[in-house]
Design a protein around this ligand. Sequence first.
Ligand code: NAD
Length: 314
Amino acid sequence: KARTVLLATEKAFAADAVSKIEAVTSAAGYKLVRLENYKSKDDLLKAVADADAMIIRSDKVDQAVLDKAAKLKIVVRAGAGYDNIDLKATEGKGVVSMNTPGQNANAVAELVFGMMITSARNNYDGTSGFELVNRSIAFYGFGAVARAVHKLAQGFGMKSFAYDPYIPAEKIAEMGATPVATVAGLFEHQYVSLHVPLTAETKASINKELLMKMPKGGTLINTARCEVVHEADMVEVFKARQDFCYLCDVAPDDKAAKEAMTAAVGDKFGKRLIFTAKKMGAQTLEANDNCGVAAANQIVAFFEKGETRFALKA
Ligand code: NAD
């Protein structure tokens, strides 16, 4: 019987990406079942029963989903961050989990620059802004997205700094960024851009102490995950510093936290606080295509060749 690949996307891919995904699965003789823009978890629990493989985006794969997934062998997160997969649960069930590293990095990097320019030009409100040239940007995490931002920063004539204890300092220097030895060291720079995964180590790690160290015009950019920032501290920083800016693609999930942050800024043009309407760093034609097609190819390579290069560990 042909293998079934479930495309379970609470937030659907662009139609073009879906047809490209389907081209890959049908070339392998697999059936693609689409569960897009679903409204309740029950829909997912029903659909997963027949799936040999799953492609997801921010969709949660937890024990409840796995309990219904009798045939599931592999789940691929079409994207970078995989904090929505319960890796202990997938490992416990012998299901392989993967992400598609780097496939949306450029999309996120362009959004970072979009937000930086919007903020530097005061939301295009007619007043004088400033230029990015010669300013410094420091990266917390120097993986695929940070490197893509760094490449654009070089084009803008900015200076880059990076803290990533999992990458040797020499390698960071070779890529043209100055290695920084501690997280605190990042906050000496005007821009700090977050590119770490959400882990026990990074959760709520950006706090008041760090943010208060930033120089005048200190600007935090967050395209990683909202939970990396200590949200209550952020509210205090907004109240204590009139110059501090937060440019964010991952607004707090918690409505009260979002409102508290917005109220603390009290700036009707929102130039000190930019929230995208919803997480949209990876929402481009290209990133949808790249991530979706990579996910489909990884599933086919896994079944046909036992390829597990992108397998994730708990
Ligand atoms: P990546 O895996 O290529 O890079 C992550 C980097 O963080 C790695 O180099 C790793 O060594 C480093 N790191 C891990 N723990 C760290 C720590 N405690 N301190 C410092 N560095 C640490 O991932 P990526 O593609 O660059 O994406 C980064 C994160 O951005 C993802 O985990 C995801 O949460 C988020 N993201 C968001 C969007 C979006 O739509 N806004 C899109 C892509 C990625």
